[in-house]
Design a binder for this molecule. Structure first.
Ligand code: IVH
Length: 685
């Protein structure tokens, strides 16, 4: 405390300071001080308030940790009803065109080019925040639109919601928006719960809705929620701007979180364009959305258009195909992976989800299946987002039939044997997965290993796909990757005679095989399919050792000198090369003409960014893949997470925890412009 500062002044100063840091951290995502320093300020305020209860107020940041437990929520009658929006069911462009045509007609000017504010349709829970003279006094749910529930205590625990508006003392300003849980926070919360053996959340939406309607605010405070404003309720003593987009801009200036993913567009084409643009990045957004919302931007036009029953004529929601659906588990199968990993897979009543029909969904492993307690006959929620493989996210326990199956037990189910080759199955101490011990004796593992070897990022043999490998392994034409290059086994006639082949595709395949012989050391190492050696590790190994002989000769200690190679990876590598069988296959591959330029590693040293590690975060105007490729061409390494070994963090728009980590570790952060400049300079040399 400064010399002449009174307790009241110190409390006020601490509150302002803490709220400033909340805003920096939770809204702008650019913390100014380390967490420890923030915690110190917070504890000081808590102590002062405890010693001087006369100064305690509801708008202090200390209220954000949760207050007293409630018996029930008090009903709140909304001063202005909370409406819903009409949903355009036609998910093609026709939906946007029809909306625009209707608006022009109802405005009485069919030829007008109308300006629209386009936003995301956040998938959470609608909330009304009531600020009186700039202070948050009440938060309420939508309820039936007329009357909601008072959830003020819980909403105060949401750190990004300002307790005071900046520079706004309007008599009344009601801010409306959506409380949601980000995907990152959802994952983290579930991880923590899992670690403690506590129940997990099914999806971020349920997480948000459940926390807000939680009677114990301390429990609500444990669940990390966020908020985006999308409109207003009652307003008194504040001069409204002329457009909806200007309203959101103004709210943003007051410290209320407003999404950056919005646009002001003109006419139906603008709507279609926005819909398309957002669809393309839906999976990369840090939170779930279920569509976009179009609003007539002019508030005067909005007033002119008015409402039909409970829906405004000036807004419409344009949805995307749902990424989650309910369906029934018919059976649980167990699949054998490339390294013998046994994965339980739910066989489903087919459902349309995320844009395709899904009839299989992964259950990941035994523990996950048991934790979710998925049983045959259960009704489950299936999720398919983007290109990610469909997964079962949870069971609707209230719909479990009386004759549902037993709790899942992988060993019992398989009678202790691999379902494909009959070898024993094992689950090692500390491992999450059961494995088949059959190795390459097991046809399932052989098939996967061959597919991996031929995959695009490995030896890239176009045309050597699922169905073909299946036939070739079943007829013993292919046993090991070396057989691919054995002209006595795969000749034109043999291939042309296979199911669904023919001379033309057989010749194409032989050409692709021939072409694949010239490869790189990194691709070759990756193609071998050594456990725990992915593409990045393979590149690192190639760069470090320069030749395959050097790599094969390295012991675990030498292997661990490679960045990011720890004891587990090192052990996998030595175990792989210790197998006589593996060494023999490598010999054969080389004898049959598979080759690469050795010592690529040494050449890499001469590149402008050799030895420099980058981490990319946030959205850049080029794709992640492109940024990565350009950096790697310059000799740099691109890592997935920030550590002391990181040299630069490139932070695009909406960079999150990686940026925070970089600041914490004092690592140089480049914004997009600086990054592009660096690329340009290096590429010029
Ligand atoms: S505007 C008068 N904008 O969607 C218009 N709603 O039925 C009032 N929602 O549960 C709503 N994102 O919470 C609006 N950008 C957005 C929205 C949004 C999500 C939710 C809202 C409500 C439902 C509307």
């Amino acid at each position: 405390m400064a010399m002449h500062e009174t307790v009241a002044q110190r409390i006020a100063a601490l509150r302002a300071e803490i709220e400033k840091h909340n805003y920096q951290y939770y809204v702008l995502d650019t913390p100014l001080i380390p967490d420890a320093e923030y915690d110190r300020l917070f504890r000081e305020l808590q102590q002062l308030e405890a010693q001087h209860p006369e100064f305690a107020t509801h708008d202090s940041p200390t209220c954000r940790v949760g207050g007293k437990i409630l018996d029930a929520f008090t009903p709140v009658r909304h001063a202005v009803p909370m409406l819903s929006i009409r949903t355009e069911t036609d998910i093609s462009d026709a939906g946007a065109l029809a909306f625009d045509a209707r608006v022009r007609r109802e405005l009485g000017d069919p030829d007008a080019v109308v300006e629209y504010a386009c936003e995301l349709k956040f998938d959470g829970l609608a909330i009304n925040l009531r600020y009186e003279r700039g202070v948050l006094v009440q938060a309420a749910t939508r309820g039936d639109g007329e009357t909601g529930e008072d959830v003020t205590q819980n909403v105060r625990t949401i750190h990004c919601i300002p307790l005071h508006l900046r520079g706004c003392k309007a008599d009344i300003l009601e801010v409306r928006g959506e409380v949601y849980m980000s995907r990152r926070d959802f994952e983290r919360y579930n991880e923590k719960q899992r670690a403690q053996g506590l129940p997990t959340l099914v999806n971020p939406r349920n997480g948000a809705a459940g926390s807000i309607r939680q009677l114990d605010p301390a429990l609500a405070a444990r669940r990390p929620l966020s908020f985006f404003a999308y409109g207003l309720g009652e307003v008194r003593g504040w001069a409204l701007p002329e457009t909806h987009s200007a309203v959101l801009d103004a709210l943003g200036k007051m410290g209320v979180p407003v999404s950056d993913e919005r646009a002001v567009v003109r006419g139906a084409e603008g709507l279609v364009e926005f819909h398309r643009r957002v669809a393309a990045k839906r999976d990369q957004l840090p939170f779930d959305i279920d569509g976009v919302v179009y609003k007539v931007n002019s508030l005067a036009f909005q007033a002119q258009l008015g409402f039909v029953t409970r829906e405004p004529r000036w807004a419409v929601a344009h949805k995307y195909p749902a990424e989650e659906q309910m369906t029934v588990v018919r059976d649980i199968d167990i699949q054998v992976g490339r390294t013998g990993k046994l994965t339980p897979v739910a066989k489903l009543e087919p459902v349309f989800v995320g844009g395709t029909t899904v009839s299989n969904a992964t259950l990941h492993n035994e523990d996950e299946t048991r934790r979710k307690d998925v049983r045959i006959g259960d009704t489950v929620i299936v999720r398919r987002a983007g290109d990610v493989i469909p997964e079962v996210v949870g069971v609707m326990l209230d719909r479990r039939p009386a004759n549902a199956g037993e709790p899942f037990d992988l060993f019992k189910r398989l009678g202790g044997k691999c379902p494909v080759c009959g070898s024993a199955i094992v689950r090692e101490e500390g491992e999450a997965d059961w494995r088949c011990t059959g190795g390459l004796f097991c046809p399932a593992q052989r098939k996967r290993a061959l597919l991996h070897f031929a995959s695009r990022r490995a030896l890239d043999i176009e045309g050597l796909g699922d169905k073909l490998v299946e036939q070739l392994v079943d007829t013993h034409l292919l046993d090991t990757p070396a057989d691919i290059y054995d002209k006595r086994k795969l000749d034109l006639q043999t291939l042309a005679d296979l199911d669904r082949m023919g001379e033309k595709s057989a010749q194409n395949l032989l050409d692709a095989i021939e072409h694949s012989k010239q490869t790189t050391l990194a691709r070759f190492i990756y193609a071998l399919g050594i456990s725990n050696v992915g593409e990045t590790t393979a590149k690192d190994l190639a760069r470090h050792f320069g030749t395959l002989a050097n790599l094969m000769a390295a012991d675990e200690a030498r292997l661990q000198q490679v960045p990011d190679v720890g004891p587990i990876v090192a052990q996998s590598i030595t175990a792989f090369f210790a197998e006589a069988h593996n060494r023999e296959v490598i010999e054969q591959l080389r004898a049959r003409g598979v080759k690469w330029a050795e010592h690529e590693g040494e050449r890499a040293e001469a590149l402008p960014l050799s030895g420099i590690t980058f981490v990319l975060t946030g959205t850049l105007s080029m794709s992640r893949d492109e940024a990565k490729e350009r950096l790697e061409k310059l000799g740099a390494k691109v890592a997935g997470s920030v550590s002391k070994k990181t040299h630069y963090v490139v932070a695009g728009a909406e960079a999150g925890s990686k940026l925070a980590k970089a600041l914490e570790l004092n690592i140089t952060v480049l914004d997009e412009q600086q990054f592009l400049q660096m690329l340009k300079e290096c590429e010029a040399t």
